[in-house]
Design a protein around this ligand. Structure first.
Ligand SMILES: NC(=O)c1ccc[n+]([C@@H]2O[C@H](COP(=O)([O-])OP(=O)(O)OC[C@H]3O[C@@H](n4cnc5c(N)ncnc54)[C@H](O)[C@@H]3O)[C@@H](O)[C@H]2O)c1
Length: 267
């Protein structure tokens, strides 16, 4: 139910590919709550994804940007400020990609060029995005920056591969840039650690369907779906969470604090 929590706010949503994407649901909820947004994704996603349908539905413009390119990011923020009529109030980084995962490489036999690519796309892009915002002074005071992450940054999930290190790096960038943005602009920077979710990126991980069921049973509330992740993002973009920053926030139905759940063993 909409409550106008983002009335008058402007934002940029990275990473909506198709209607399963977490970013897709976040974009829908933000607009429902009164925000004006621009959408962005890698140029290749324009051809394979359905982002144009979302843009039409939400009356939002799409500005393609490869999140690893500083030039693309500068263009994205400059154009977004033109279209939205000023600095933004919130940004969602919802980007992940690993060729090693896609090709089913074992952790003990990774291609390190691909690993570098994973880090660049999935984590360093977050630093690049924030550095561009910093230099262009593109975010209003008390704004909110969010990225999506996964608990493999803290615990071992073997098939998540080098995405685990990538998420650890991403979460660290949130803390470090959170300090700088907080001191200069009172802007908050957080990561949301989301349950396994049936999306293109998620289901690329080996054994994902079985693991999805395991995590669902292990979590007292069950796996958190993309829709409630979108609700959580709205709360963190809203003025109700102004003093929350530099945090990694679990949105996982309780999974992260479980040791053992008899339900997993069928007891
Ligand atoms: N699905 C899950 O189980 C799960 C769990 C926890 C966290 N996450 C995280 O949520 C985020 C969103 O993933 P999703 O599950 O919605 O999958 P998704 O595949 O729908 O989204 C990933 C997005 O990254 C974009 N992307 C890839 N390379 C890019 C580049 N160079 N520049 C710009 N964009 C690029 C893709 O086009 C796509 O839109 C990711 O950070 C992912 O790691 C997902």
């Amino acid at each position: 139910m909409p409550n106008n929590l983002l009335a008058g706010k402007k934002g940029i949503i990275f990473g909506a590919l198709d209607e399963n994407s977490i970013a897709w649901k976040v974009a829908e909820r933000c607009v429902e709550e009164g925000a004006s947004i621009t959408l962005t994704n890698a140029p290749v996603a324009m051809r394979f994804g359905q982002i144009k349908d979302l843009a039409e539905k939400l009356n939002a413009e799409i500005i393609p940007a490869d999140a690893t390119s500083m030039e693309d990011l500068e263009n994205l923020f400059t154009k977004s400020m033109e279209i939205l009529g000023g600095k933004v109030d919130f940004v969602l980084h919802s980007i992940g990609m690993s060729i090693n995962v896609r090709k089913g490489k074992e952790y003990t036999d990774l291609n390190h060029d691909w690993m570098q690519k994973t880090f660049d796309v999935s984590a360093i892009s977050f630093h690049k995005m924030m550095q561009v915002m910093w230099k262009l002074d593109a975010i209003n005071d008390w704004g909110s920056i969010l990225a999506l992450t996964y608990i493999a940054a803290q615990r071992t999930f073997p098939d998540y591969n080098e995405m685990a290190e990538s998420k650890a790096l991403l979460e660290s960038f949130a803390r470090s840039f959170g300090y700088h943005f907080g001191m200069r602009n009172k802007v908050r920077v957080n990561t949301i650690s989301q349950s396994p979710t049936m999306t293109t990126a998620g289901s690329g991980v080996k054994g994902f369907t079985e693991f999805f069921g395991y995590a669902d049973k292990m979590s007292p509330l069950g796996n958190a779906p993309a829709e409630t992740c979108a609700d959580y993002c709205v709360s963190l973009f809203s003025d109700l969470t102004k003093m929350v920053t530099m945090q990694n926030l679990y949105h996982d139905g309780g999974f992260s604090n479980m040791g053992m759940n008899p339900a997993v063993l069928g007891l």
